[in-house]
Write a protein that binds this ligand. Structure first.
Ligand code: NAD
Length: 422
């Protein structure tokens, strides 16, 4: 079993210990937990395309549907050489928890193909996407399973898959995929949704903790889609963003950074190590960025950036996990004991899947929202999700991560019980 799957299953087992108290029928509860530990369906198969040299190329593909007690399965499709069945299963499981935490009516799913897409021509990539859509077509649909882009997949790939699916069923069904281009029914606000949602969570956290935004400092690791929009929107709201980084280096100015100019520089495809520094701004390593004495540390790049090795040097007052899995279990326990709140990824970065849900709603309605409406609905949904978890943190005196796991698994189990599945 791979470590990501082991970690996901351990989180569920760990949470079941506190959750069990809420259920008088222990046998039924155990059955429910066993169901949450197991995906409902594993679709896997080999798909073949004709390569540019006319030779057949064969790829292993997966779609794993974890649990649909709360609504249709929902989750991205990843094209990567390291995809494995265990990884897809772990990600599908985490999607069930994330949708339940966000309070959106979906279960979790995930798909993937073991492929290095950088080695494919654009024709091969298109054909691979079409063949994958044919493989999963019997299992997907607006009220069954709704895929979306993930690592190395995008709106173009969703468009090819949508066309393949619609041809097969003989009708339009845009709500089958999210993350589509605007021309095919995508939603305004989706591009910045994850960063935007994270900032709404940050605002809600600052409010309950009575932290003054104007005097708060923020360090953001990673300056891609999530890191850039998070930093930019946080700055617009008055937070002082003092450090950001890409994979080459970090940039630090205790008086605050000009995020828009840094964004324009990155748009040209350049690295921060070549950034023309103005007085007061200096380069720092990614390691040092994580140790800065800021109010909020925001890992928005990779998994496992806060670990046993650097946990004792973390000086932030709180950590907002915008990347998936940036804190190892050991570091998470250590920070909680030290009194540093870690706002978990399944809540902090749920803005992306929440706006995907809004895309689906708009597709089903055939009526499209303004960006202002998307952001207002996102603010309402994610702030409620935060406050629901904050209530459990206070009631049960547990960490935000345990509270988020508790709430999400409880919501899934309750839906399964109502349906009489367990
Ligand atoms: P991205 O590829 O756009 O950006 C990643 C950023 O991380 C880049 O700036 C890159 O330079 C930086 N980076 C890479 N290696 C680094 C290193 N060793 N040290 C410091 N920085 C490094 O990716 P993204 O879409 O912004 O996603 C970032 C994280 O957020 C991932 O964990 C992803 O799974 C998660 N996430 C993304 C979304 C979304 O909507 N994009 C939604 C939920 C979660």
């Amino acid at each position: 079993m791979n470590t990501m799957l082991e970690a996901a299953l351990n989180q569920i087992k760990d949470t079941s210990v506190i959750l069990e108290e809420d259920y008088s029928d222990k046998k039924r509860f155990k059955k429910a937990i066993d169901a949450v530990l197991t995906p409902q369906r594993i679709v896997k198969g080999k798909i073949s395309i004709k390569g540019k040299d006319s030779k057949k190329k064969v790829f292993q593909a997966f779609r794993i549907e974890h649990n649909d007690a709360r609504g249709p399965f929902k989750g991205g499709i990843r094209f990567h050489q390291n995809v494995s069945e265990d990884e897809v299963r772990a990600l599908a499981t985490l999607m069930s928890l994330k949708c339940a935490v966000a309070g959106i009516p979906y279960g979790g799913g995930k798909g993937g193909i073991i492929v290095d897409p950088s080695k494919l021509t654009s024709e091969e990539l298109k054909n691979l996407s079409i063949e994958y859509a044919k493989l999963i077509a019997p299992y997907i649909g607006p009220w069954k399973d709704v895929p979306a882009p993930d690592v190395n997949t995008d709106g173009q790939i969703m468009s090819w898959m949508l066309e393949t699916y619609e041809k097969k069923i003989g009708m339009q069904a845009p709500a089958t995929f999210t993350g589509k281009p605007l021309e095919l029914g995508g939603s305004l606000g989706r591009t910045e949704a994850t960063g935007q949602g994270g900032v709404y969570v940050l605002e809600a956290y600052a409010k309950v903790k009575k932290i003054n935004i104007k005097t708060s400092t923020v360090a953001v690791q990673g300056f891609g889609n999530v890191g850039f929009y998070f930093a930019s929107i946080a700055k617009q709201l008055g937070f002082k963003v003092v450090a950001v980084s890409d994979s080459s280096t970090g940039i630090y100015n205790p008086k605050g950074l000009d995020i828009e100019t840094l964004g324009e520089f990155k748009e040209k495809g350049r690295s921060f190590k070549d950034y023309p520094l103005k007085s007061g701004t200096k380069l720092i390593t990614n390691g040092k960025l994580l140790e800065l004495p800021v109010t909020f540390l925001v890992p928005a790049a990779l998994e496992n950036s806060i670990t046993k090795e650097n946990m004792e040097k973390i000086s932030a007052e709180a950590v907002i996990e915008m990347a998936n899995g940036p804190t190892t279990t050991e570091a998470d326990v250590y920070l909680h004991e030290k009194g540093v709140d870690v706002i978990p990824d399944i809540l902090a970065n749920s803005g992306g899947v929440t706006v995907s849900y809004f895309e689906w709603v708009q597709n089903l309605d055939g009526y499209y929202w303004t960006k202002e409406r998307v952001n207002e609905e996102l603010r309402k949904t994610i702030t409620k999700a935060f406050l629901d978890i904050d209530k459990i943190v206070k009631e049960k005196r547990i960490s935000y991560r345990r509270a988020a796991n508790y709430l999400s698994i409880k919501r899934i189990i309750d839906a399964m019980m109502l349906r009489g599945r367990v």
